[in-house]
Design a binder for this molecule. Sequence first.
Ligand SMILES: [Cu+2]
Length: 262
Amino acid sequence: MIHPKLVLHFLGLALTASPALAQAPQPWELGLQAAASPVMERISSLNGYLTYLIVGIVLLVVGLLALVVIRFGEKRHPVPATFSHNTKLEVLWTVIPVLILLAIAVPSFKLLYYMDRTQDAEMTLKVTGHQWFWSYSYPDHTPVGMDSFIVYEDSLKPGQKRLLEVDNRVVLPVDTTIRVIVTADDVIHSWAVPALGLKTDAVPGRLNETWVRITTPGTYYGQCSELCGANHSFMPIAIDAVSKQEFQAWIDQARQKQALAK
Ligand SMILES: [Cu+2]
């Protein structure tokens, strides 16, 4: 049986996924994850806008095709016209697609520049990709930092997500503009968290920059999004977004732990 959500999706009606705090996958989900950052909110609304545009174009083309088939079929129109050019029509079918492309390009570029980087970051998170795990450091809160490995299936605790859970989650404060710098130390990886609209390549020898401002506390999951070798599928990302006070408490605790380890 075709699932009703699938039908809605193809009708272009299921533009946003149902809101959920923990961005863990559920059966039969389609479309984008619920947005939890201003960037993702804009990506979702651009996606909605494009869906309506595409549905409009499809309806127009199908309508024109139906008109041709019905009105100009052999039965109803036995003697075809013999002209082959129509300047007005040719100008129109050039200008209209140009306008459609502009209507796509202008909001796309606006969003691209908005996503690119932030002027006034309150803190920085540094992300380094490795074969096959991530490491994180908090340059504003040195020496806090850690490696983050997948929790394999046989070690999962009840409630943990298969292929998404890690031993050390990234902890970040909500309502804080965070600069994220991304790099790698072996091959190219990509640090991607869909609900936050994040996807930045981690390239050895380069620092790529992006930013995030998490609007809702919760757990957000992501995965490496650049094929990086045999265990590419086994280097997930898990972020705990907490209040600023909880974040400060976590930083203090992490500092203590790191001091003890020395
Ligand atoms: Cu990778």
